[in-house]
Unconditional design. Structure first.
Length: 73
């Protein structure tokens, strides 16, 4: 968006200042996003708990087991 100041040097300074302000806003937004981010370990904990709450099947998952599942023998 062009600014209508009286002079090219003022326009250039205004554009540099606007670019800096946008960069600062972008950096601040990224900092906030990182501060609020939940670490992967905490995000995965409910899934791990769900998987571990299931009883073990007692079946051995070996190559033959996976070959049978995929239809290749």
């Amino acid at each position: 968006m062009p600014l209508n100041f009286r002079g090219e040097s003022v326009n250039q300074l205004a554009q540099k200042l606007a670019a800096r302000a946008r960069m600062r806003m972008a950096l601040e937004g990224e900092r906030q996003r990182l501060d609020q981010a939940v670490p992967p370990r905490e995000r995965l904990r409910p899934l791990q708990d769900r998987v571990l709450s299931r009883p073990a099947s007692g079946l051995e998952a070996d190559k033959a087991f996976y070959d049978e599942l995929s239809g290749s023998a």
